[in-house]
Design a binder for this molecule. Structure first.
Ligand code: SAM
Length: 281
């Protein structure tokens, strides 16, 4: 496996994913009851933006001028907090760092990472988070889904964020992973990041997911280039199964602002739409 997230850290897709993740965590925390946060492809937790080739067209475009949407402001506050705590203005917090800091005493997290050195770095990055609430496992995130679900808390948010290095295989494993997650725990929230490279391929994959997912689901996409152009990554997608109430409304507002701030106003765009209607229980 050649993929190293450090090269991509803080790019526009990371920003899209991390703003969405923080909004999902806040939505779950509207209820007092604790939940499991499960992340199948965790990475190393914190990144040095000096190693990133893509942050200039991502997080860097968001800094320096205030945002209007509360979700974007919340994300920028967490970014500033991470930099303060770690004493580096070049640091970029990954999803495990953001999630671990957001957990309450009644919540817990399991992070899975395949590469042993990335998992070791993640343990170091999370060492100040309380042991009992946060566990880092080295292994295959798709396999670990089975062990972790259903959670005893009966509430869960699962983030599936593979590298798509072997694009077709990862898309297929994600589709099967969503099916497995929903089968094991039908009411859990599942958030999946996916790359938008060719819009027709994306639509075919989403149609296959929709055919198998008998739960309400939302698709939120942000693209900076026309969706059929041949650049490496045209857009970033988030698929959310069992989305929290009103998430779609919030997303429409913050995604449009994010798209503009990231320079996507001319050739890009954003869209939030249902994947599949909820069927009666
Ligand atoms: C896109 S990065 C994760 C970024 C992280 N979620 C974040 O937003 O900060 C994908 C990670 O998955 C790891 N990985 C690849 N295949 C995996 C697998 N089958 N199971 C678990 N981790 C895997 C890679 O080593 C890499 O660190």
């Amino acid at each position: 496996m050649k993929y190293r997230h450090a090269h991509h850290a803080g790019n526009f897709a990371d920003v899209h994913k991390h703003v969405t993740l923080l909004a999902l965590l806040s939505a779950l925390q509207r209820k007092d009851k604790g939940f499991l946060y499960l992340e199948t492809h965790a990475g190393r937790g914190v990144y040095d933006l000096a190693d990133s080739a893509e942050a200039g067209a991502g997080v860097a475009r968001l800094e320096g001028a205030p945002c209007t949407a509360p979700e974007l402001r919340h994300y920028l506050e967490r970014l500033a907090q991470a930099r303060r705590e770690c004493g580096s203005s070049r640091l970029y917090p990954g999803s495990p760092w953001l999630a671990a800091r957001a957990l309450r005493a009644q919540d817990r997290a399991v992070f899975v990472e395949a590469l042993p050195e990335e998992a070791r770095a993640l343990r170091r990055a999370l060492s100040s988070a309380r042991e009992a609430r946060v566990r880092v496992e080295t292994g295959d995130g798709f396999e670990r889904l089975r062990a972790a679900l259903p959670p005893p808390e009966r509430r869960a948010l699962t983030l599936i964020d593979p590298p798509y290095e072997e694009t077709q295989r990862d898309f297929e494993r994600v589709r099967a992973g969503i099916a497995e997650t929903v089968r094991r725990f039908p009411t859990g929230v599942v958030a999946v990041w996916y790359p938008v490279k060719d819009a027709r391929d994306t639509e075919r994959w989403l149609a296959a997911v929709a055919r198998q997912t008998e739960r309400a689901a939302l698709v939120a996409e942000l693209w900076l280039y026309p969706r059929d152009s041949r650049v490496a990554l045209n857009g970033s997608g988030m698929l959310i199964v069992n989305p929290p109430y009103q998430l779609d409304v919030q997303m429409r507002a913050w995604l449009a602002e994010l798209c503009e701030r990231l320079g996507g106003a001319a050739a890009g765009g954003s869209a939030v739409r249902p994947l599949a209607p909820a069927r009666p229980a």
